[in-house]
Design a binder for this molecule. Structure first.
Ligand code: WT7
Length: 648
């Protein structure tokens, strides 16, 4: 993390802003936030202009966050309608199928708008109304983006659930959102394998209350048949094709909900992060334009899944608000081989490539093979997101995909922040591999110690944000107190990110990772408590404790300590059983990498598991266990160490 080599802005690089302009605009954004955002908010279409820019208090007794609160809009008018006159024939989505031999689809803004309007009318026909929650459980196909926009068109709140989640996880999200409508596909395809989405939806519905889900819209994506329940399930194509191609956009208040998106926290149950219409769109589109230096006509590929916030902000809302051409890829970066990403770049002449460090590390394990034979000359800018990037991976990405010419924007943000907060701007920011560099406009990050005292200069601490920005989440769906407790109670009067960070002499930020019990596995966020509660729900398990450990490709791996019930004998079979159990309860992304049997866990006398000790054992740092004398039974530590050494 102390890598200090600087990659200065290359001379002659033509971008929207240079360093001096960034500095001036950043200073202005903090000096006069109201004036700054008043002006920036004009980048989107308002049906009724707002008269008030900002009304925010981070004080936990009086927490409220409102932006542009009396303005009215419908986000789809900025993302679709306004492009039609002059840019209706511009390509909005280039869809690249999992199977390389299939033809790619190209969808213009006019076509996208038509289908979104039709689907929106179809949803209205099914009874969906403003304020209803619609769950979207889709593969990476254009219809996933269309479904999101169709919801937005009629003021329904979408709740996209990543297609890799299990029926159990899906059911939990449907119930938490009190959702009556689901949009899905018969099947998805990833790396040549079929994902039985509709089957999962049926299983999820069976786990829900009997009258929970009223309608399911099913896209037949693969051509294979699936079971359809008469009266409940509707064929997507039949529903859409009979609709009028114009749908009156619902008039939304700036602070009406746009979507919820579930994310893991440090306690068991995932939180429904709620974002609203006005501020979110202003912030998503502005960051997309400046961070990717987006110019009309650029072909831009964000290789995330729409099931994550990265997909929401940088595959759908940000780029569509900017009239961008977005590449959407159905499959995985290493399918059918490590050269696929580079081939996609050449095939669609991509100018901007935004992928996760975990994908970069997976490719890098094949040396330079992933780019051999590729031209990559269309690329002008690279980006990363989701986890800290190790300098070695950064340099590999820069040298291979970037041909040592393209800046890399390492964008730090969270589901909660809506869009990027700490990030380089190409042409303005000198780069340091591994550093997310400097704050975006209007963002005031700070580092505090355990007591909340703000630290100055080059130092490290807990990362907080001192004031609001338009794209900030507004509440936890259905649980406002949890919102206050999670983000505004640790360090009073500020937003606590849950991350630790270092700031260097140049004021650059280096995110060091979560300081709470949240893991980052391949850029996916996993609460240790969530995995633990899945494990203890298994009949053989008495207790479980989960910690992270460094993993070459995934960034962090999942290390599990399990205490079995007295009558259960440890065996490879039960180990496999537990792995499959977690996959079933949550999804494959939560698969434990290592399971260690633990006859006892290190607990304080009051019964609290000391994860700090378990973390040190998992990472072989036995000399840094700290004080273990407060444990109820200090001797468990020695036996855990022995078992760990035998295992690894
Ligand atoms: C957590 C948020 C950002 C959208 C995708 C993940 C980590 C994210 C970076 C980065 C270092 C990063 C943080 C953060 N993270 N981006 N560029 N460098 N760490 O969103 O699932 O809500 O996860 O991801 O730990 O808190 P998320």
């Amino acid at each position: 993390m102390t890598e200090q080599v600087i990659y200065p802005v290359q001379p002659g690089q033509k971008t929207k802003l240079n360093n001096a302009q960034y500095q001036a605009m950043y200073a202005e954004s903090l000096r006069d936030p109201e004036g700054f955002w008043q002006q920036q908010a004009q980048r989107i279409e308002w049906k009724k202009p707002f008269s008030k820019v900002k009304d925010v208090s981070f004080a936990k007794e009086d927490l409220h966050i409102r932006w542009f609160e009396d303005g009215e809009l419908n986000v789809t008018e900025s993302c679709l309608d306004r492009h039609l006159d002059k840019h209706g024939d511009d390509v909005a989505i280039i869809w690249e199928p999992d199977d390389e031999s299939q033809v790619a689809r190209r969808i213009t803004y006019r076509e996208l708008s038509k289908e979104v309007n039709q689907l929106a009318n179809g949803l209205r026909d099914l009874g969906v109304k403003k304020g209803d929650v619609v769950t979207i459980y889709m593969p990476m196909v254009p219809e996933a983006s269309m479904a999101m926009l169709a919801c937005a068109r009629i003021g329904a709140i979408h709740s996209v659930v990543f297609g890799g989640f299990s029926p159990e996880a899906l059911a939990g999200r449907i119930e938490d959102g009190n959702c009556h409508y689901v949009i899905t596909a018969n099947e998805g395809v990833r790396a040549g394998k079929i994902v039985p989405l509709k089957e999962n939806v049926d299983a999820a519905i069976n786990l829900c209350k009997s009258d929970q889900v009223k309608k399911v819209v099913v896209l037949n994506h693969t051509g294979n048949a699936c079971t359809m329940e008469v009266g409940r399930d509707e064929d997507y194509r039949q529903l859409v094709d009979k609709q009028d191609s114009e749908c009156q956009a619902e008039v939304m208040n700036a602070e009406d909900p746009l979507f919820i998106l579930y994310t893991s926290g440090s306690t068991g149950k995932p939180k429904g992060v709620l974002h609203t219409c006005g501020g979110y769109l202003v912030y998503a589109s502005m960051t997309h334009e400046y961070i990717f230096d987006y110019e009309r006509g650029d072909v831009y590929w964000c290789a995330a899944d729409v099931g994550w916030i990265t997909g929401h902000s940088y595959i759908v809302y940000g780029p569509f608000a900017n009239g961008a051409t977005v590449v959407m890829y159905e499959g995985v970066p290493t399918h059918p081989d490590c050269g696929r990403v580079a081939r996609i770049v050449d095939k669609h002449q991509i100018n901007i490539l935004y992928i996760a460090p975990t994908a970069i590390r997976a490719l890098m394990s094949d040396g330079d093979e992933p780019v051999e034979g590729a031209s990559l000359e269309s690329l002008r800018l690279l980006g990363t997101v989701g986890e800290p990037i190790n300098p070695e991976a950064w340099r590999w990405y820069y040298r291979t995909f970037g041909r040592s010419q393209c800046p890399i924007v390492d964008t730090w943000w969270q589901t909660e922040t809506g869009a990027a907060l700490i990030t380089p701007l190409p042409g303005a920011t000198d780069l340091k591999p591994g550093s997310a560099t400097r704050p975006f406009f209007g963002i005031e990050p700070a580092l505090v110690d355990e007591k909340g005292n703000e630290l100055s200069g080059a130092t490290s601490g807990n990362l907080i944000i001192k004031d609001s920005w338009p794209g900030q989440m507004r509440t936890v769906f259905g649980d406002h107190q949890r919102f206050i407790d999670t983000y505004f109670s640790t360090f009073e009067g500020t937003y606590f990110t849950g991350d630790g960070a270092k700031r260097d002499e140049d004021g650059y930020f280096w995110i060091t990772g979560r300081v709470d019990d949240v893991l980052n596995v391949s850029g996916h966020r996993m609460g240790t408590a969530e995995i633990e509660s899945a494990l203890v729900a298994h009949e053989a398990v008495s207790e479980a404790a989960v910690v992270g450990f460094p993993h070459d490709v995934k960034g962090q791996g999942i290390y599990v300590y399990v205490t079995l019930n007295h009558d259960v004998q440890a065996s490879p079979a039960i180990r496999n059983d537990l792995i499959n159990w977690v996959r079933k309860e949550i999804g494959p992304i939560a698969s434990p990498d290592i399971i260690q049997w633990a006859p006892g866990l290190p607990k304080t006398r009051s019964g609290k598991i000391m994860r700090r000790i378990l973390r040190k054992i998992a990472t072989d740092e036995y000399d840094q266990l700290g004080d273990i004398s407060t444990l109820a039974d200090p001797s468990v530590v020695e036996s855990l160490i022995q078992e760990h050494q035998a295992l690894t």
